[in-house]
Design a protein around this ligand. Structure first.
Ligand SMILES: NC(=O)c1ccc[n+]([C@@H]2O[C@H](COP(=O)([O-])OP(=O)(O)OC[C@H]3O[C@@H](n4cnc5c(N)ncnc54)[C@H](OP(=O)(O)O)[C@@H]3O)[C@@H](O)[C@H]2O)c1
Length: 366
């Protein structure tokens, strides 16, 4: 008879209890709306300044997110925005190709920064930003939101506990179908387009989370008419763990992640990188043994309640916001959950994959 499985509790604290910081946002587009909406609904942090290329767009955004801290100040000039009194953290939410230059400005002003994923187009740019953060004593965090969530934390604890034995394989996919549109940022090389940086970053981050950074990377891929990656298959080897990652703009996939071990497996529900649930199965060897399974359910397994989202969406970004707020208040320069080593490891894989499939962005010619 096999003993029942007990899953560990999450070590991710309640986001509502993190310190409240005064935030600014640069590039108030689609994802910035989620981020600030989540911040106001699920954390004590508040928006105090908005910077857009258009003053009118900044004003509209500020008005839409008026809070108990008042209406955020709108700017169309980044230097004036960065001089806003009392700004404690800045969130950069532009398309990827602008992350580096915008975050560099923020760090040069000595202000902590959280940068949307992927943090930069390539590993060299990210390395430069982390170094600048250290020089200026300013916190730097990639907004790889999944890696701050409780289910990822518990998955890592399960792996480290040895419950599924030695991890020998990780499989993850993230493909979405986007009809070809050369104007859309996903198809535009000048905006860092392609499946890999936007979608593939999630399964690659998951593989890194579960198995560590790979020593070998292989890839095959197709390109769009605009010269960015369309469908990409990646295989990697990290220690004795193989991983297989699929990403693409030309099909829809299940968006699942699986960790396979010598004694069991972890199957994460679709979409694996959203706040979600997973099943752990432990295999029982021998004739009479039965597999044992246990579920981590996102709704019931947390030691705190999260506010309900009015539109059936989720407040998963609350964890990355709270992580940044706690670390910035504590005077840290990076996150222990997803820090420089992690961001760079994934960007280095993406650099290698782009080299293999033949994607270079403007400015990367040398
Ligand atoms: N964490 C997640 O779940 C998630 C989901 C989607 C996207 N993302 C990431 O978030 C980033 C933005 O994605 P999005 O879908 O929100 O993009 P978006 O709506 O196309 O752009 C965001 C904002 O960036 C500014 N912008 C657009 N083009 C620009 C340019 N050429 N130079 C400077 N600023 C420009 C615009 O604001 P103004 O013109 O007002 O300045 C725009 O509203 C990407 O890096 C993406 O990977 C993350």
């Amino acid at each position: 008879m096999t003993a029942p499985l007990t899953l560990p509790a999450t070590t991710v604290p309640d986001p509502a209890e993190a310190p409240g910081l005064r935030w600014g946002v640069i590039a108030p587009g689609g994802i910035a709306r989620n981020f600030i909406g989540t911040m106001h609904a699920a954390t004590a942090s508040r928006l105090v300044a908005v910077c857009s290329r258009s003053l009118e767009r900044a004003q509209v955004f500020a008005g839409d997110f008026e809070s108990d801290a008042g209406c955020a100040h709108a700017y169309a000039n980044i230097d004036e925005f960065l001089a806003h009194e009392g700004l404690e953290a800045v969130y950069v939410a532009s398309p990827h190709a602008q992350h580096f230059a915008l975050a560099k400005k923020v760090l040069e002003a000595g202000i902590p920064v959280v940068i949307e994923k992927p943090m930069t187009l390539n590993a060299d740019q990210a390395r430069e930003l982390f170094a600048l953060g250290r020089e200026k004593g300013a916190y730097v965090q990639e907004a790889m939101w999944s890696c701050f969530m409780p289910h990822y934390d518990v998955i890592r604890q399960v792996i480290e506990s040895g419950v599924i034995g030695e991890v020998t394989a990780v499989i993850a996919d993230h493909c979405q179908y986007f009809p070809f549109d050369p104007e859309h940022r996903l198809y535009a090389p000048e905006l860092g387009g392609g499946a890999l940086l936007d979608l593939g970053v999630y399964p690659l981050a998951f593989a890194h989370w579960a198995a560590g950074s790979p020593k070998q990377v292989h890839a095959t891929g197709t390109l769009t008419a605009t010269g960015v990656d369309e469908m990409v298959s990646i295989s990697g080897l990290s220690g004795r763990t193989v991983y297989a990652v699929q990403t693409g703009l030309g099909a829809r996939s299940s968006v699942e992640a699986h960790v396979l071990g010598t004694r069991g497996k972890i199957d994460v529900d679709s979409w694996f990188f959203m706040p979600n649930s997973f099943t752990v199965t432990q295999f029982e060897a021998g004739d009479n043994g039965e597999d044992v399974t246990e579920r981590f359910t996102y709704e019931d397994s947390l030691p705190y309640a999260l506010p309900e989202h009015p539109d059936g969406g989720n407040y998963g970004m609350a964890f990355e916001i709270a992580e940044a707020a706690r670390n910035i208040r504590a005077g840290k320069l990076e996150s222990q959950r997803w820090g420089e080593r992690d961001t760079l490891a994934v960007l280095e894989v993406m650099d290698r994959v782009r080299e293999i499939v033949g994607v270079r962005y403007p400015g990367e010619e040398n």
